[in-house]
Design a binder for this molecule. Structure first.
Ligand code: GDP
Ligand code: MG
Length: 599
């Protein structure tokens, strides 16, 4: 296909504004998929994506569109994940395009990720087509959204198209706009191969597969390719594109988007953002902007009762060939035994990994409360990155300072919740940087805040304080020194390393109190008394007792309230699934997550 008949674009939007639905409609309209074949949200293929209705792995689809000008165009649609954990993947996907459809829900208006993704597209110099979706809904207010697009993003309101992805309204007009407004790719088919990897996944038959955008040159089977960041070389076995089924082609030429397989065993060899070149005729400069995915959040993962460390290791190894973003290394915890310290991009990523390990890889696990990566500066001048609070030295005298990662949080909220959100941010040690009204009803706030305060149920709090209407996004801005202490939890006088965490000194007392109270609730009563305490170092600052179980607890229910007895037994069964024996005390999974839930 000639370059001038190719268009590469992404759809970017806030979560739930209808990206996947719109992608389905485009596939249907161009005939890539018939209505009968079209399962809803065709591009969200992972089972877990379907269930949660979110897009984790973006995909690139090729379709053909016969435009009103009589030409047939080859369109490559690159689907991107909307969640903040995967923002690096969004940036890389955009780097593979010349244009972006910025989709805004006509009932919600512009939200935090609309703005964040808009700026990513601007950074990549993309042509942006604003599209207002869900105009079929009675609550749709496209005029308000048009004003927002002009006032907040600075795009001319008359450029906005009105569509309903669900009802299929405005789809042809959108396809025409894609062809007219987005420029074709430029590129030199005769130059040495230069291709950007914007996604990867593991395929049972093909091995690790890279999704690429070819900038210059071409890729064919049999060719020897080299990965720029590692210098590793592989022989190409297959190239093709999703149409949306995986379809083989003879080659991928300059300007095209598709997949490359090369008998690569491990998905970590093909990193998102890296450049592929010809091993025999390599380019000297890669596609700019590559950085390896850096996990921001770490947690311990241990086998539950009935599963072994070996089983967990096998499951993790298998899982990791699918997910280049996770990091893991063995660790031993006095409380939980042998397990792993696992690094994630963020909390959502962590939940996904947890769920997939259990569901698809057949191990039941206990996960400890997540923490950010701290940076400790010692008096002797050395610096250490700490991924687990238990790595902190017993002797605090050797520590000069502890630094923690900070993020810039952008929040967009209806006016009436501004007060609630400001107090939440203050409580979370936020420093206000910006506060302005985007229109009569909508405010934008920016705060610098420790990442640790954001991973601590910030999402749930912001949603509940705004009845679900406020949205937020954040980006990493750097490390800062803070007055931090380590809070240790003791159960019957034994420190439980897996429950320890790092907290700001001003919050230590409150957190300690809340935590022991919460633990008292979730630790089942035992046949003996259990003492739960929290301390800074060995100095106890909060303490609770769990009285022993009386032998006749169940006996009491006999003849009495049957449902209550049933409930009790069900609860016991559920609790058993994830118990961890600690000394003589059994701790349920919930206990390890209480650290997260207090406020
Ligand atoms: P994504 O998170 O941006 O991929 O959004 P989805 O495509 O998953 O859509 C989120 C929800 O909005 C789903 O329940 C869709 O059925 C619904 N939706 C998407 N587009 C439209 C539309 O044009 N009209 C209506 N009424 N609902 C829509
Ligand atoms: Mg989606």
């Amino acid at each position: 296909m000639e370059l001038r008949n190719i268009r590469n674009f992404s759809i970017i939007a806030h979560v739930d504004h209808g990206k996947s639905t719109l992608a389905d409609r485009l596939l249907e309209f161009t005939g890539a998929v018939s209505r009968r074949e079209l399962k809803e949200q065709m591009l969200d293929t992972l089972e877990i994506e379907r269930e949660r209705g979110i897009t984790i792995k973006m995909q690139a689809v090729k379709m053909f569109y016969k435009a009103k000008d009589g030409n047939t165009y080859q369109l490559h649609l690159i689907d991107t994940p909307g969640h903040v954990d995967f923002s690096y993947e969004v940036s890389r996907a955009l780097a593979a395009c010349e244009g972006a459809i910025l989709l805004v829900d006509a009932t919600q208006g512009i939200e935090a990720q609309t703005v964040a993704n808009f700026w990513k597209a601007v950074e990549q110099d993309l042509v942006i087509i604003p599209v207002i979706n869900k105009i079929d809904l009675p609550a749709a207010d496209p005029d308000r959204v048009k004003r927002q697009i002009e006032d907040i993003l600075g795009l001319p309101a008359e450029e906005a198209l009105l569509v309903s992805a669900k009802e299929g309204i405005g789809i042809e007009e959108l396809l025409e706009a894609i062809v007219e407004r987005i420029p074709p790719p430029s590129g030199d088919p005769d130059a040495p191969l230069k291709a950007l990897i914007f996604d990867s996944y593991y395929d049972q038959y093909r091995g690790a597969v890279a999704f690429v955008r070819v900038f210059d040159g071409e890729i064919r089977p049999g060719m020897k390719i080299r990965l720029f960041s590692t210098g590793k070389e592989f022989e190409v076995t297959e190239v093709g594109a999703q149409t949306p089924r995986m379809t083989k082609f003879e080659k991928l030429g300059a300007g095209e988007v598709g997949y490359v397989a090369a008998s690569i065993k491990d998905v970590r060899d093909i990193r998102v953002g890296d450049t592929i070149t010809d091993a025999r005729r390599p380019v000297s400069e890669p596609v700019p902007g590559f950085r390896p995915a850096k996990p921001m959040v770490f947690a311990g993962i241990y086998p539950s009762e009935g599963y072994t460390y070996e089983e967990l290791r096998e499951a993790l190894e298998k899982y990791a060939i699918n997910d280049a973003a996770i990091q893991y290394e063995p660790e031993t915890s006095p409380a939980l035994g042998m397990g792993f310290r696992v690094g994630f991009l963020g909390l959502l990523h962590m939940e996904i990994v947890q769920e997939r390990l259990e569901r698809e890889y057949g191990v039941s696990i206990v996960t400890t409360a997540p923490n950010v990566v701290y940076r400790v500066r010692f008096k002797d001048g050395s610096v250490k990155e700490i991924k687990n609070p238990s790595e902190l030295p017993e002797n605090w005298g050797v520590i000069q300072a502890i630094e923690e990662p900070f993020v810039l949080v952008t929040i967009i909220t209806p006016r009436e919740y501004v007060g609630n959100i400001m107090s939440l941010c203050q409580e979370r040690r936020g420093i206000q940087k910006k506060f302005l009204y985007l229109d009569q009803n909508t405010a934008l706030l920016e705060y610098e805040m420790p990442l640790s305060e954001v991973i601590l149920d910030f999402h749930d709090r912001i949603k509940s304080l705004s009845r679900g209407y406020a949205s937020y996004d954040y980006e990493f801005i750097g490390y800062r020194e803070e007055d931090l202490v380590k809070l240790t939890i003791f159960i019957n006088n034994e420190p439980v390393d897996a429950l320890s965490f790092i907290v700001h000194r001003d919050k230590a007392y409150r957190r300690a109190r809340q935590l022991v109270e919460k633990l008292k609730e979730v630790i089942p009563r035992q046949l003996f008394e259990v003492k739960v305490q929290a301390g800074i170092g060995s100095r106890i600052i909060a303490s609770e007792r769990i009285p022993p179980l009386r032998a006749n607890v169940l006996a009491k229910c006999y003849g009495g309230d049957v449902t209550r007895k049933k409930k009790l037994l069900e609860k016991q069964k559920e609790g058993k699934k994830r118990l961890k024996q600690f000394g003589k005390v059994e701790l349920p999974q919930e206990a390890f997550l209480t650290v997260l839930k207090v406020d």
